[in-house]
Design a protein around this ligand. Structure first.
Ligand SMILES: [Zn+2]
Ligand SMILES: [Zn+2]
Length: 346
């Protein structure tokens, strides 16, 4: 089936209309009309080949919300008209230990990315959610719970699960002391989700400039990390710190803020970091960890949790033809806090 999309044809060409072919439904496939798609930093990085592995044309988009328009004969979990979602991956080996534990995102045989991946049957390049339709194997389709605002929910599929998973992994609950570094697409979700879990949430920032924003999102306070006195007073004060900053930076100021055995989780920067002074980590058995999205069961759990608690990203809705401007604004952090494309505009 031919479907309209927006694609980058090279690292230097802007996003522009492009027609792609979606595969014929296999017996366990779900055909989805895409209603909304969130705009993630990864979309921009892949379109511009910042990671050196782009396969053009690149059709980005892995925060997908839509409606079921077709199902294969073996599909039992979904019916026509259901509201569904698709996140960062659309297949995995489904037989390794990680897949068996619902950790498909850490599949030993590597997950199949929603875009710029290789279909496990045909080897064809996968195309993402900047399109009218997508076809996805049923086990990798999520159910949108009733009551979740479809127009705002799309960013939960990447930004939401990326921050929900470490909060759950490190057992955040009522009374947990959680710090969040970086207040962008990921950081603002980390604040909302941790608040929803009952934690005491502090935004860690290099100035007081974002204090009003932090409090508006539900955080209890903002800690100015340029204030040496405040930093000293906050020592040993956190059970978990989620660091969402997507560029090389200095994590040294955060380690002494962790309590004994507490953990700093990196979810933003893929690549090098500033040099680490190890003493605070060694002295307090403090940990530095990483985390990436989440598996299918945990992603469904996150959607259900957000529906129950009415937790939604703060979004700015755009038309498909505004995507190039949105990329530029995203680079300047000029968005609160996530762009979502209304696919009716394509
Ligand atoms: Zn993403
Ligand atoms: Zn696997």
């Amino acid at each position: 089936m031919k479907t309209a999309s927006y694609a980058a044809q090279s690292a230097t060409s802007p996003m522009a209309p492009h027609t792609i072919e979606r595969r014929e439904l296999r017996p366990d496939d779900v055909g989805i009309e895409i209603l909304y798609c969130g705009v993630c930093h990864s979309d921009l990085h892949m379109a511009r080949n910042d990671w050196g592995r782009a396969m053009y044309p690149v059709v980005p988009g892995h925060e997908i919300v839509g409606r079921v328009t077709a199902i294969g004969p073996d599909v039992k979990k979904f019916k026509l008209g259901d509201h569904v979602a698709v996140g960062c991956f659309v297949d995995s080996c489904q037989h390794c230990d990680q897949c068996h534990h619902g950790n498909e995102h850490m599949c030993r045989e590597i997950l199949t990315e929603t875009y710029n991946g290789r279909d496990r049957v045909t080897g064809e390049t996968t195309y993402g959610g900047y399109a009218k339709h997508i076809v996805v194997k049923d086990d990798f389709v999520l159910r949108m719970p009733d009551g979740l605002d479809l127009a705002r929910a799309a960013p939960l599929l990447c930004a939401g699960i990326t921050t929900y998973s470490p909060l759950r992994t490190w057992n955040v609950g009522p009374g947990s002391r959680v710090g969040v570094v970086g207040l962008g697409g990921l950081g603002h979700m980390a604040v909302k989700l941790a608040v929803g879990m009952g934690a005491h949430v502090t935004v860690l920032s290099r100035s007081k400039a974002k204090e009003a924003d932090a409090l508006a999102l539900g955080a209890d306070r903002l800690l100015d990390t340029s204030d040496a006195k405040a930093l000293k007073a906050a020592a040993n004060g956190f059970d978990v710190i989620i660091d969402t900053v997507p560029v090389k930076h200095d994590i040294n100021p955060y380690i002494p803020l962790l309590d004994i055995d507490a953990t700093l989780v990196l979810v933003g920067q893929l690549g090098n970091m500033d040099e680490l002074f190890t003493v605070p980590a060694i002295m307090g058995r403090r940990r530095i960890a990483g985390s990436m999205i989440g598996g299918i069961p945990e992603t469904q759990e996150m959607l259900d949790f957000c529906a129950r608690r009415n937790i939604l990203p703060d979004c700015e809705m755009i038309r498909m033809d505004q995507i190039n401007e949105a990329f530029e604004r995203m680079e300047r952090s000029d968005v609160r806090y996530r762009f979502v494309i209304d696919m009716a505009s394509l």
